[in-house]
Design a protein around this ligand. Structure first.
Ligand SMILES: C[S@@+](CC[C@H](N)C(=O)[O-])C[C@H]1O[C@@H](n2cnc3c(N)ncnc32)[C@H](O)[C@@H]1O
Length: 413
C-alpha cells in the first residue's frame, strides 16, 4: 500500500463527521482524485504520459491534436466564420493537446487563428499551473465552468478523457432492488492487530500511525438520491432481471456538467471523446462488476482503496446518458462514431501512408508508425467513442456533414 497518509486521514474525518458515519463512493472518489491539496490530480502524484500511470491519445504525438484542429476549422466555417470563435477545452491535463491544436491552427489556418479565443476549464490547480507554463506563447484564458456567463460561447466545447475522470456513484443490485455503495471505516480489527503487533514489537519501539491501519470498507445502503433509481428509466434499461450482486456505477456528475455546458453554449458544438459504451452495452448482466478501474504506474487494477491519492480512478462513460441528457438541455446529437473512424476521416490514413516517403531514420519511422496505429487500435484508443452534439445550428448548418463523422475514404466500398 502506498496511500498518502494525510489524505487517508482527511477521508477518515469526512466519514467520522458524516451523519451515518459513511460517505458515498462518489464522495470518496472525489476526495481521492480532487482534494484541493492532496487529491491525485492536485499533487505531483499525477503522472501522465508514456512513463506515467497512464497515457492518452495526446501522448502519441501531435497528430491527434492536429486532426482535431482540422475538425474545429471546419466547424468555424460551418458556423459562418464567427469572430470570436471560442474553443473551450475541459480537463486539459498537461496542456499538451492545447499546444498541438494552437500551433497547428496558427500554421495552417491563419484566418481561423485570428478569430480564435482559446479557453481552458481545469479543476486541478497543479495541472492548471503546468498548462500556464506550457502555453505561455499563446493567449489562452482559464475559467471555472461556473464563471463562464450563460449563453456566452459561440464555438465548440470539447474534452478528451474528462468524463471518465468524474466521480461516480456505485451500486449493487439485490432482487432487482438498487442499493448504493457507501464507504465507511473498519477501525476495530485494524486497531486490534495494531495492539497485538505493538505488544510483540515493544522492544523494537516500532511506531505505527493508527491512521495507516484504518481500513475502508464498503456497505450497501438506501440510495443517497432518487436520481440513481430514476437513471435506468432514463437510459432505457430494465434492471429488474439482472442477477443478484450485479454491481456497476452511475455518473451523475456528467449530467450536471452537461447541463452547465449546454447553458454556457450560445451556438455551436460539444465534442466529447472518451472510452465507454451505449447504455445497453454498459449495463449488461454479463458485465457484472462494472467498469471502475485504477491506474498506478501503468498497472491496471480495480482496488480504489489502495494507493489513495497516488493512483487514478476511472469509469467508462455511458454515451446514451450523455445523448439523452443533452437532448433535455437543448443539445442535439450531431453524430457518434469511434475514434479510429473519426481520425481516419480527418486524414490519419494519409498521414500513415505518407510515412514511407519521409526521410527519417528507420527506427523513428517505425516508432511513429506504431504511435499512429495505437490511435486506431480498435481494442484501445481507436475504440473510444466520439460524440458530437450541437446547439442552435440552423437547418443548413446542421445539414453540413462534419468531416470527422463522414465515412473515411479508405473504407468506402
Ligand atoms: C484523465 S485526465 C485527461 C487529460 C487530457 N485531456 C488528456 O487526454 O491527456 C482528466 C483531466 O480532467 C481534469 N478534470 C477532472 N474533472 C474536471 C472538471 N469537472 N472540470 C475540469 N477539469 C476536470 C483533470 O484535472 C485532468 O486534467
Amino acid at each position: 500500500m502506498n496511500s498518502n497518509p494525510g489524505l487517508r486521514e482527511i477521508i477518515t474525518d469526512h466519514i467520522a463527521t458524516s451523519p451515518q458515519k459513511r460517505i458515498t463512493f462518489a464522495q470518496f472518489m472525489d476526495l481521492a482524485l480532487y482534494h484541493p491539496q492532496l487529491g491525485y490530480y492536485s499533487t505531483k502524484a499525477v503522472n501522465l504520459g508514456k512513463q506515467g500511470d497512464f497515457f492518452t491519445s495526446i501522448h502519441l504525438g501531435a497528430d491527434f491534436g492536429e486532426l482535431l484542429a482540422v475538425q474545429f476549422a471546419q466547424m468555424w466555417e460551418i458556423l459562418g466564420r464567427p469572430v470570436p470563435f471560442s474553443l473551450v477545452e475541459m480537463g486539459a491535463g498537461q496542456g499538451l493537446l492545447a499546444l498541438d491544436i494552437l500551433k497547428y491552427i496558427q500554421q495552417e489556418y491563419p484566418d481561423f487563428f485570428n478569430a480564435l479565443d482559446y479557453l481552458i476549464v481545469e479543476k486541478s490547480l497543479a495541472l492548471k499551473q503546468e498548462q500556464q507554463q506550457r502555453l505561455q506563447e499563446f493567449s489562452v484564458r482559464w475559467f471555472n465552468l461556473e464563471e463562464i456567463p450563460s449563453h456566452s460561447i459561440t464555438g465548440c466545447f470539447f474534452s478528451n478523457e474528462l468524463v471518465d475522470a468524474m466521480p461516480v456513484h456505485q451500486f449493487v443490485l439485490q432482487q432487482g432492488k438498487l442499493w448504493e455503495i457507501y464507504v465507511t471505516t473498519l477501525e476495530g480489527e485494524a486497531n486490534e492487530a495494531d495492539e497485538a503487533d505493538k505488544a510483540d514489537k515493544a522492544d523494537e519501539k516500532v511506531i505505527t500511525s493508527p491512521i495507516e491501519l484504518v481500513s475502508f470498507v464498503e456497505i450497501p445502503g438506501t440510495p443517497s438520491t432518487s436520481k440513481l433509481v430514476e437513471y435506468f428509466d432514463f437510459v432505457g434499461i430494465n434492471i429488474s432481471d439482472f442477477p443478484d450482486n450485479y454491481r456497476s456505477e452511475i455518473n451523475l456528475a456528467a449530467l450536471d456538467w452537461l447541463s452547465m455546458v449546454a447553458d454556457r453554449l450560445q451556438r455551436g458544438y460539444l465534442l466529447t471523446i472518451d472510452y465507454g459504451y451505449p447504455a445497453n452495452r454498459y449495463y449488461n448482466p454479463r458485465r457484472s462488476q462494472g467498469t471502475l478501474q485504477c491506474y498506478y504506474h501503468h498497472q491496471r487494477h480495480n482496488d480504489p482503496y489502495i494507493n489513495i491519492g497516488q493512483q487514478d480512478i476511472t469509469a467508462h462513460v455511458d454515451f446514451t446518458a450523455l445523448e439523452r441528457w443533452g437532448e433535455r438541455c437543448g443539445l442535439d446529437k450531431v453524430g457518434f462514431t469511434e475514434q479510429a473512424l473519426f481520425l481516419m476521416a480527418l486524414g490519419l490514413g494519409e498521414r500513415i501512408a505518407g510515412l514511407s516517403y519521409t526521410q527519417q531514420p528507420i527506427s523513428q519511422l517505425l516508432r511513429r508508425r506504431d504511435m499512429l496505429h495505437q490511435l486506431l487500435d480498435p481494442l484501445g484508443l481507436g475504440g473510444f467513442g466520439v460524440l458530437v452534439q450541437g446547439k442552435r445550428l440552423t437547418t443548413q448548418e446542421a445539414a453540413q456533414p462534419l468531416k470527422g463523422l463522414s465515412v473515411p475514404e479508405q473504407i468506402k466500398i
